[in-house]
Design a protein around this ligand. Sequence first.
Ligand SMILES: [Zn+2]
Length: 321
Amino acid sequence: MTCWNRQALLSMVLCSSALAHSPQPLPGDEDLVVRRVSEHVYIAHGPQEFPNPQTAGFMNNPGFVVTRDGVVVVDPGSSVQIGRRLLHSIRSVSDKPIVAVFNTHVHGDHWLGNHAIRESYPHARIYAHQRMLEHVDAGAGEEWIALFSRLTQGATDGTKVNGPNIGLKGGEVIPIGELSFHIYHTGKAHSDNDIMIELPAESALFTGDIVTNRRIQSARPEDSDIYGQIRAVKVALGTNSRWYLPGHGHSGGREIAEEQLLFLQQLLGAVQRYYEQGMSDYEMVKPVKKDLSAYSDWYNFDELGRVIGHVYLKVEENAFQ
Ligand SMILES: [Zn+2]
């Protein structure tokens, strides 16, 4: 079995082992392209696109970990269709059952694929932050399903809410097979229910959307707190992992988290500066974009204005504390 090394991962060369033994895909059941990161860890990189009919809403990075006792999935995607395709890909690597799933946060592109896991493995444990369980109880799943159905013109229809059933607080160490899954939650960051999952034995960290690679997080800026996200990215860097597996964009080494941190710090610094000069949020969009022009080739840079508006609110909130 050919394994990924660091160079290969960074240059995005396909792992031959992941696809060489794939069964012939059925129509509409094509494998997701799976890349091997380390001995036990695999990831599929979703397209850097917003949900659309062609991708069936696929946009996140589902991951999985093959242990002695079964397979553990991280964020099985945006719909039952994507979840099934992920399972198909997993079966090309391992015939072990799915024993557990982690959902990094409540945004639907990361977890609506739980449906596909549940229909094949009804007893798999699905872990998430406790607050995500509360959001799902309050109807977040139905809202996300309706949104994805609209954006994909029905390509995700049939997806049903299958929320997590085990709530976490952060700080847990969960042994599965020969591996330990270390859970981090550092308060409100990209959302109020983010978890990161570290596999110290693999030197790998699933960051969820606390770290994304070369992407402006403009979809739900109202859910985030830039101060908290900066703290969380520092915690991610503090794990000193060799592999950083972001929620969107390609995986790689710690430079991905370092770049995310620098971007957030520069964004916050610019908004603070113009706030102190008395500018309103819409007045500062142009100068902030100019100050951050080094990031203009990041996905969705044009939408930075939406993010600035929410960072402005946090800066204002902070000024009155
Ligand atoms: Zn998200």
